[in-house]
Design a protein around this ligand. Sequence first.
Ligand code: FES
Length: 118
Amino acid sequence: MTTGTETGMADEITITIDGVDVTTTPDKMVIQAASDAGIYIPYLCYYPGMKPFGACRMCVVTAEAPDREGNYRPLPGSPASCTTPVMPGMRVTTNSDDIVELRRGIMDCSYRSIRTAA
Ligand code: FES
């Protein structure tokens, strides 16, 4: 029997996004794992296949991951899903009221800065 590591392929891990179990590989960012599973996370500066930039913050999520003892700890703040790597057992929420409101504020701020610059 060969493992993913022996064949050069990354081993699969499971994370939970909005309560759905998603199987992915540890080399992915959260937004990639979500997209592969058909879960949409809004974004502006992310482009599949390019190095994540992490500038617009539209892809923010809330996430928690288990520590070594298996206790879940929240990731600090509201991480950008395009620059946050998946972790085994991670739980991600993409569409809570708080996250939607945060994105709305980010979009409003971006819009105002564009209007001011124009
Ligand atoms: S899509 Fe712009 S920060 Fe993630």
